[in-house]
Design a protein around this ligand. Sequence first.
Ligand code: UDP
Ligand code: MG
Length: 316
Amino acid sequence: MDISVVIPLFNEEESLPELTRWIERVMNDNGFSYEIIFVNDGSSDKSQEVIRTLAASNPAIRSIAFARNYGKSPALNVGFGKAQGDVVITMDADLQDSPDEIPELYRMITAEGYDLVSGWKKKRYDPLSKTIPTKLFNATARKVSGIKNLHDFNCGLKAYRRDVVKHIEVYGDMHRYIPYLAKNAGYTRIGEKVVHHQARKYGHTKFGLDRFVNGYLDLATLWFQSRFGVKPMHIFGLLGSLMFIIGFIAVCVVLILKIVSLCSDSYSFFVTNSVYFYLSLACMIMGLQFFLTGFIGELITRNSPERNNYLIAEEF
Ligand code: UDP
Ligand code: MG
């Protein structure tokens, strides 16, 4: 099979028939063998009935329906698990992404050798309250992830070699960083294609402003995982040692000042009045905490099934 189209959806009943017809037209015009996987993320409208009706007239349509709303990332993850096509394409269900992009995305993966091609909504049809924070968000994501050529990390329209989606795990709200997940998994040929974007025709956006706060927290998590995920002691041990050294120096200062004051008649020194005393206490305690966190992190890593996962490029 050439292409799997994975579509996560949450209450998108009005868009589904139009979207399906459009994808079918593109596939037939280009002679692709394909499947469309609708992942219904616990919709409370008639989306699932619509999907059933659509599937009745096209055996290429498959569906997984969650019992409740889990989020876009879980929906993508189960869709990826089910996908069989050589190239897997994800798109939103709200008709904001255009199926006309599919042939070129497919070509970039199969002919140009990309692992992942991400859409770039260069001209967006979204409110300003969304486009401006998004620019900032993408700039940070570029910097942190080191994927310098991507302008639009969170574009719903993306294409992958099948191998890629089988080796990444999208969870929580991590769909915003799939290119980063792919890079961390060892897939470094990441490309970009400018795609057409349309205003939402039916329904309303499913994400509020909290997306930006959560987005940054997730980015911090991913950065930490990729830097120190299998060697947490390297960061916590370093911080712990620094704290300990500062604390130790502070203790020495306190001791010296106390000895000097004991030997002298004119100079008096009270340990509990000294800033160095409090500094040493705080630093020693924090240093110990950092060390313990590091040890616990190492124990957790030791038990992680991911600890020895490497993507092999070649083997004889
Ligand atoms: N979506 C989903 N589960 C959710 C929220 C959204 O499957 O909990 C789907 C939604 O139906 C759409 C896609 O994810 O197909 C993108 O959502 P939306 O269009 O609301 O996001 P925006 O375009 O505003 O970023
Ligand atoms: Mg949308």
